[in-house]
Design a protein around this ligand. Sequence first.
Ligand code: BEZ
Length: 236
Amino acid sequence: MEENEVMAMPRIGDHAPEFKAITTQGEINFPKDYSGGWVILFSHPADFTPVCTSEFMTFASMEKQFEKANCKLVGLSVDGLYSHIAWLRTIKDRIEYKGMKNVEVTFPLIEDITMEVAKKYGMIQPGEATTKAVRAVFFVDPKGIIRTIIYYPLSLGRNFDELYRVLIALQTADAFSIATPADWRPGDDVIIPTAGSCGTAKERMESKDKDITCYDWFFCTRKLDKDKVFEKVLKK
Ligand code: BEZ
């Protein structure tokens, strides 16, 4: 791919582009196979590289945590299936890192030597690399809609606690019809939709509800217990 080649990239709110692919767990039909649950599709630049190895060990160690929040993981790189298999076997058999060892990656890792999927998802960003995917992360909801996209460059390992925070925040916004403020974490106050009429604005400002705080008519928060959040978003 040329450095100045222009490519359409999926956007937040779009249907996740469809594809069939070979993975380390067999063939997948994306996003159809994941409908009804959340899925994170993420790319990494290459197998047998250090930042990617640290990321895969971290993500695989958190897989159950994501699973409990009804979210599956799917990885991708512009490498072949046998490279993927050899790399994942090496991770399990040989790498001990930050207290993680014998880490088995059981989520699918897509082989994409042709870059067909990587190009569909704007994962090849020629200014950064023409033959490798950047570190892209797509959060796809149970209806197959892209809800968040995050891109990182080759040199920067992702923060997986942040990816989990994003997932829980998206699910909380859906479940409670609220928005989440800067740096929100479960248990923090959430934002009530901005008043859409003068009457509601007045009501909000005059509210005696102890759970509601209005910093001004357009900026009101309410308490939302951590337990209530996890009751809604975690699988029983
Ligand atoms: C890495 O994962 O270590 C890496 C991969 C490609 C370029 C730079 C770093």
